[in-house]
Design a protein around this ligand. Sequence first.
Ligand code: NAD
Length: 725
Amino acid sequence: MTESTTIRWEQDRTGVVTLVIDDPRQSANTMNQAFRDSLAVVTDRLEAEKDTIRGVIITSAKKTFFAGGDLRDLIRVTPETAQDLFDGGMALKRQMRRIETLGKPVVAAINGAALGGGYELALACHHRIALDAPGSKIGCPEVTLGLLPGGGGVVRTVRLLGITDALLKVLLQGTQYNPRRALENGLVDEVADTREDMLARARAFIDAHPESAQPWDRPGYRIPGGTPAHPKFAANLPAFPANLRKQTGGAPYPAPRNIMAAAVEGAQVDFETAQVIEARYFVELAAGQTSKNMIQAFFFDLQAVNSGANRPQGIEPRKVTKVAVLGAGMMGAGIAYACARAGIDVVLKDVALESAVKGKGYSEKLCAKAVARGRTSQEKADALLARITPTAEAADLAGCDAVIEAVFEDTSLKHKVFQEIQDVVAPDALLCSNTSTLPITALAEGVERQGDFIGLHFFSPVDKMPLVEIIRGERTGDEALARAFDLVRQINKTPIVVNDSRGFFTSRVIGHFINEGVAMVGEGIEPASVEQAAAQAGYPAKVLSLMDELTLTLPRRIRLESKRAVEEAGGTWTPHPAEAVVDRMVDEFGRPGRSGGAGFYEYGEDGKRAALWPGLREHFTRAGHEIPFRDMQERMLFSEALDTVRLLEEGVLTSVADANIGSILGIGFPGWTGGVLQYVNGYEGGLPGFVARARELAERYGERFAPPALLVEKAEKGEVFTDAR
Ligand code: NAD
C-alpha cells in the first residue's frame, strides 16, 4: 500500500500540511480498512518529510468530521475473533500515537460531528477547533451502545480533563455536546464560526506552537485532579460505585463498569500500558451480548424505524402546516407543545376557552424553563407560543390539515367531537386519535372519511417521550399512514406502525409486566422484593409504583371491556391472577392508586409517594414464601416478550425493529436487552434456550408462559427474529 485513498494531502508553501479525510466511496468517513491504510501511508510520509513540515491540520471534506468505527463489523465480533479486534485496535492506536508524538503541532479542525472514533481522532491532536455548524455534535456516546471508546478515548480524556470530569462529563453518560457546550466542558479548545475562520485559527495555533506535544508527554505532567493514589482524589473515589448503581439501577449494563475500571486503572500507569488496559476492556464489551443488543436496537433498528422501513412506498412526503388538537388536558397540552416546537401552527380546542388557555399554559411553563436553562432563546420561545391558539370554537379550526384528538377515553365522546369538526377542517385533513386503548376501526365508524382516520398514540409526558405508536385501522388508507408517519417525523419523534387491536402493542404488552408484578404480590411474595426485582432487571419504573401511577381502576375498566369483547365473540376469558389482587385493593381496601391518594404505596399530603402500604404485608404476604430472584425478573421480562411474539403471530406487529424500539422507547423495556424481541434472540442458548426456559416458567407459574407456536417453530428451524429478508 503506497497510496492514500481516503486522506488527501494538501501542503502549502509555508509547510503546513492539511490532511483532508474524504472517503470517495461513502457519504461519511468511517474507520474502515481504507482509512487505516491511508492513515498509515500519511503517517509514514509525515515522518519522512518532517523537516519540511511546520504543522498539520486534520479536517474532512464531508458534512461530518469523522464517524468512527463501523458498527456492522463490531456486531459480528465473537469471543473467537476478539483477539483480532484487540490487535487491530492496538495497531490503530499506535498510528494515532505516532501522529501525536511527531514533534510538530497537529490541529483537529472539526468541521462537523465528531462522535466516538471521530472525537478520539481529534483527541490525538494537540489542539481542537470546532466549527459551530448546525446539528454538529461532539462526544463519546459509546456507552449508549454498550461499548467504551476504544481508540484512546478513555486514556486521553482522563489525561486531558482529569478522571472525575472525564467520567462524568464524557464517558459514563455519553453526552453529545454542541460545539459551544463542548468548549464550556473542555472537550475542545476553540469554536469557529466559519470554515475559513476555523482554518485560520488552526494556522495561528501552528504559528504559535512550533514544537507542540501533548500535556501528558511533557516532563512533570500530572493528571488534573490527581490519580486514585493522590489523597485529594481518593476522597472522590468512594462516590463512583454509588454513581454507577444510580446510573444502571443495578441492572446488567457492563459498559459503565468497564469504563470506570479502564479509567481508574489506566490513570495509575504509563500511557502505553493504559492503552492496553483500555483495549482489553473494550474487546470484552464488544465480544459480549449486551453491546450487540444495544447496537442492534439503538443503531440499526432505530435507523430502520426512523427512515421509514414501515412507511408505504411511493407516496410523496407531506408537511402539516396547521394542526387542530382537540382536548387540552394532559395529553392535548403536551401534543400542542410538541407540534408548535416543530414549527406547526396549533389550534388547541377544549369545551371551555378557559380550559384551552390552561392547556396552552403548559407550553408557557415548558418554554420558561427552557429559557431559564439556556436551552432556547426568549425570541424562539415567544415564537413557539405565538403558534398556539387556544379556543372553544369549532370555527377556529378552519384550514387545519391535520387533527389530533385527545379528549377523554370514551368512544361516543370521541365520535361526537369528530362530528363537530369534520366539516370545518380542510376537506382532506388527516384525522388522528390519541386513544391509548380503544380499537381504531370502531372509532373510525364515527367519522365520514374512514380512510383518513388513524391512531396516533403519544406517551406521557409528551415533551419527553420520543415514541409515537401509529395504529392502522382496517379501513385506514396507505396515504393516511404515510401522512401520519411524516407528521411524527416532522415533530422529531420516532414512529412505530402497528395494526389495530385492543391495546395495540404498547398498552397491551406493558399490561403483562404490571400484571406479573401484581400477581407476585398476590402469591405472597414480599412487595419490596417485587419492586427490587423490576429495578434490577433494568426497568426504569418499579412495577407497583407504575400500577399506582396508572391507577388501579383504569386497567380494571379496560379488562372488563376486553372480557366483554372476548365473550361477545364467543371466546372464554382466562383470568390473570393479578385481577383478584386489584379487585381486593380497590373494593376491599379502597386503594385505587396515586390519584386517589392510596394504592400499593402510601402518599403524603403533597401527593408525593411515601412507603409501600404496610397492609400489603398483612393481607397478602406469606412469611417465608420466596421464589428465586431470577424467576421474579424473568417472569416480568418473559411475560412481555411472549405476548410480543403473539402480537407478531396475530399480525398486529409486522416488524421486529418496531417491536424492539417501541418496547424500549415506549414502555420501558430494559435497554440492555436491545428490545423485547432482541431479548429473545440474545437469551442464553438463543431461541431454543428461551423456549426451554418459557416451558419451565409455565410449569412453575402458569400456562401463560407457554411458548407460542411461532416461537417454537423459529427455535426448531434455527432462526431468530429479524426483519432481514
Ligand atoms: P385529560 O382528562 O387530561 O384531558 C381530556 C381533555 O379533553 C379535558 O381537558 C377535557 O376538558 C377535554 N374535553 C372533553 N370533552 C371535550 C370536547 N367535547 N371537546 C374538546 N375537549 C374536550 O385526559 P388525557 O390524559 O389528556 O387523555 C386524553 C386522551 O389521550 C385519552 O383518550 C387517553 O386515553 C389518551 N392517552 C392518555 C395517556 C396518558 O398517559 N394520560 C397516554 C396516551 C394516550
